[in-house]
Design a protein around this ligand. Sequence first.
Ligand SMILES: Nc1ncnc2c1ncn2[C@@H]1O[C@H](COP(=O)(O)OP(=O)(O)OP(=O)(O)O)[C@@H](O)[C@H]1O
Ligand SMILES: [Mg+2]
Ligand SMILES: [Zn+2]
Length: 477
Amino acid sequence: MSDPDDQFLTPEEVLRMQDSLTGEHREEAARQIEAILRGERRAWYCKRGRKCDGKPHEGYMYSHARGDQWPPPGEDWFAWFLSGGRGSGKTRTGAEYTRRMADRVSRIALIAPTGADIRDTMIEGVSGLQYVCALAGEKIKWEPSKRRVTFPNGCIATTFSAEEPARLRGPQHGFAWLDEPAHYPDIEELWSNLLFGLRLGTRPHVTLTSTPLPTPWVRNIQEREDTRVVRVSTYANIDNLAATFRDQVVAEFEGTRKGRQELYGELLLDVEGALWQEDFLHREPVDWRELDRIVIGVDPAGAANKRSDETGIVVAGRKRDTAWVLHDSTGKYTPRQWSDEVYRLYSLYEADAIVVEKNFGGDMVKDVLLKDQGDLNPRIIVKHAQRSKAISAAPVVRLYEQGRVLHYPPMQNDLSKLEMEMLSWVPSSGAPSPNRIDAMVWAMTELMGNGGVARIATPRGGNIRPTGPLFGFRRSA
Ligand SMILES: Nc1ncnc2c1ncn2[C@@H]1O[C@H](COP(=O)(O)OP(=O)(O)OP(=O)(O)O)[C@@H](O)[C@H]1O
Ligand SMILES: [Mg+2]
Ligand SMILES: [Zn+2]
């Protein structure tokens, strides 16, 4: 532990930090520096937790972490992928979490696309470690020639440029923060080297902060069971952006296809032959308590024609002629575990039926469910998969296309894996239909019929597809 006086920046040091600052976010930097000079201590995570919108409020009279800048809840994830638009606060989020992790592990890896990015963005930039630590009243020791940052408690973070992936072979870490990993030249090698050495402490894990790109690595990592993908749009952070930066990125990307990636952090997947297309998918909030009917679709592992060992579990509801997908709990479960999960959701959403696909074992699925039902006395509808999966999915695809199926997970839940499967499953490829999709199709077919539901004029005027971006923030036009 160094001399405590050494942990705080002198005004001269702060001003030197300011001198080294370049780039778009100088205004915010100036505000931060004033606070540091005033000797303010600014906590990033507030007591409201993930519910906070990050705007100033009592006890925290400055803008601070929004809920989407908190680490995902729980400890059952390995990778936290903050998939954000330009200027959405990715780097700041990574730096703040790294500061927090410095209290929990002794060795950290910091990785950025180039050596210049490490210095100018990760460490010395306006969202970088030097600032976030200074704002918290802490001083780090930054030794560029040793590629090393030392925190006041002695924790050491070593910096790595993605241009030299081999350097990661050997050293061990307990946590790693990768800024913009979707843009590294040789991510595969870097990733495998990193994982090999990521073994210190009780829970090694990584934070990935990046605008997304549909590369195989990004798709793979986002599909992993133990990855949490959080999408954040540029607009969520718009108040904290310098006017010039804001105007420039919005002018360049708003309304364009690329804007969905660059402003909304969406992964653009254009897979030829996929049943669903991106513009079929829409997100619109709904209060699930106001839905007329809610059902749970279940596609158990081990069903015929399945290679997957996951059980698809998807909750969906209907209000008049529009349906919502509310929840996806698909995962690897034992029969006991999936029936527990189905019943948990059944109670949570006050569902009125469980639609389950019959599998190899005949009535086995029903037996599994009945065995654990307790007092619920649920309505269980067993379905036989007879037709090809692509044919049973077709009416549901049409409902999506008409804007009659929307996505909105009101609880802490994530539909990104389902969405990714919908956009990438190509039936004619012979690949078995993913269990998530099947569970969703079962639920939708039960709610909406086989697409044969007569068109009812909606208050919106009938066949109007809700517009707006799929994920996150919708701008009021
Ligand atoms: N919750 C917040 N409260 C206050 N300022 C914030 C918050 N989140 C981010 N910022 C500030 O917003 C600006 C942009 O954030 P940041 O650099 O982290 O975005 P980014 O997504 O990494 O941007 P880029 O696309 O340029 O890499 C910075 O000045 C940062 O300190
Ligand atoms: Mg950044
Ligand atoms: Zn708050």
